[in-house]
Design a protein around this ligand. Structure first.
Ligand SMILES: *Cc1c(COP(=O)(O)O)cnc(C)c1O
Length: 423
């Protein structure tokens, strides 16, 4: 893909070198970080397009600058496709990322001091759902619910309801970045309705599964708003989005909060890339992709279970898995991350629910199948990847095992190069 960078090669050798390094890194290893993916060349072309030149503060038909014939067209196409993909009444495609989308959503729906009831972070919630290190916690009050049973992943809906009655949240927030099960959406909506709160779902991790109809759509259960990233399972450019099911009033508040409330000019090149990615996700082939993500994750689950390694929530219904490597094998998450990295497998250490170790060196690892599925791996190969992981984690000091694992992973990544459409 050197032609893609022809001008950088000529004009900026330092950045060119780093880009080449990253190209090789992505091609040679196997990517198991569940929030990463390979976007299509078409998405990258849009993302690298001339639209980065243009200021278009405002919304289609209501901009602060002239010359918006083509930016309006691009944003309207993105909006139409987003609505169709998720069955939404309204969409805002301008948030620069998932965190930005969440911040705008909070400010659109809440007054300072209001309460949000969200998933406990150590049980799978996200930083932007009220971690004390984030500034948003200085403005709103975050209260948490947890799993009732860590071995099955079942959320404690009764406790959640009791807390909701006591703290009277304005938002009941579903969504996660490290939780492997489907949620009972009806229960969330019932609790939200009972206490007069908005039901909001942050679908950042599973947007592609919902778009590909491999997971349930929270809007079908009455959720009011969904926030998301566009770059995880949805396989689009790095960015965010906010969707509203049917309330025009909420949608108008969200638009005002995103711009001029928080952001300046939208990144129209990224919005073009979002539109291209949404177009791809509307095709039947994306349904096949989303289903294969699940099948590959199940295949990996089978191996870990058979090998007696504890999986949080007892397994997976989606694209990601959490393994308690410290509890099962006596090696920490950080060690496991390093050992696997050396073997050509990229994933991340992760705290597990009720972790006894520190967040910097926790008990678990988190991994998932969106990227290897784009790469073309199916169940058979996913089993092999999982088996290699287990082999090396069970015998981290055995040079023979380390070497054979390294070779197995290398062979897989050469047999399954990044497909031409994505390279
Ligand atoms: C990834 C993620 C985000 C943040 O997205 P960024 O684009 O990194 O800001 C927010 N919420 C959830 C649930 C996520 O998984």
């Amino acid at each position: 893909m050197e032609d893609f960078y022809a001008h950088i090669a000529e004009e900026d050798s330092e950045i060119y070198k780093a880009l080449q390094g990253e190209e090789n890194r992505e091609a040679l290893g196997l990517e198991l970080i569940p929030s990463e993916n390979y976007v299509s060349r078409a998405v990258r072309e849009a993302s690298g397009s001339i639209l980065t030149n243009k200021y278009s503060e405002g919304y289609p038909g209501k901009r602060y600058y002239g010359g918006q014939e083509f930016t309006d067209a691009v944003e309207m196409i993105a909006l139409e496709r987003a609505k169709k993909l998720f069955g939404a009444g309204y969409a805002n495609v301008q948030p620069l990322g998932g965190a930005n989308a969440n911040i705008a959503m909070y400010f659109a729906l809440l007054e300072p001091g209001d309460t949000v009831l969200g998933m406990d972070l150590s049980h799978g919630g996200h930083l932007t759902h009220g971690h004390p290190v984030t500034y948003i916690t200085k403005i709103f009050n975050f209260v948490r619910y947890k799993m009732r049973n860590i071995e099955t992943g079942e959320i404690d809906y009764e406790e959640m309801h009791a807390i909701a009655k006591k703290v009277r949240p304005k938002i009941v927030l579903a969504g996660f970045s490290a939780y492997p099960r489907e949620l009972d959406y009806k229960k969330f909506v019932d609790i939200a309705r009972d206490v007069g709160a908005y039901a909001v779902m942050d679908i950042a991790h599973i947007a592609g599964l919902i778009a590909g109809k491999a997971a349930k759509n929270p809007f079908d259960y009455g959720f009011d708003v969904m926030t998301t990233t566009t770059h995880k399972t949805l396989r689009g450019p790095r960015g965010g989005m906010i969707l509203t099911r049917e309330s025009e009033e909420i949608a108008r508040k969200i638009d005002k909060t995103v711009f001029p409330g928080f952001q300046g000019g939208p990144h129209m090149h990224t919005i073009a890339a979002k539109a291209v990615a949404f177009g791809e996700a509307l095709r039947p082939s994306f349904k096949t992709y989303a289903l294969q993500i699940l099948r590959n994750a199940k295949a990996m689950e089978d191996v870990f279970k058979r090998e007696g390694i504890r999986l949080l929530a007892g397994g997976t219904d989606n694209h990601l898995l959490l393994a308690d490597v410290y509890g099962s094998l006596g090696i920490s998450g950080k060690e496991a991350e390093e050992i696997l990295d050396e073997a050509g497998i990229t994933l991340n250490k992760n705290a597990i629910a009720n972790d006894t170790r520190s967040p910097m060196d926790p008990s678990g690892i988190r991994f998932g199948t969106p990227a290897i599925t784009t790469r073309g791996l199916k169940e058979k190969e996913s089993l092999r990847v999982a088996q290699s992981m287990v082999d090396i984690l069970k015998h981290p000091k055995d040079q023979q095992v380390r070497k054979s694992t390294q070779e197995a992973i290398k062979e897989l990544s050469t047999t399954f190069p990044i497909p031409e459409r994505f390279a």
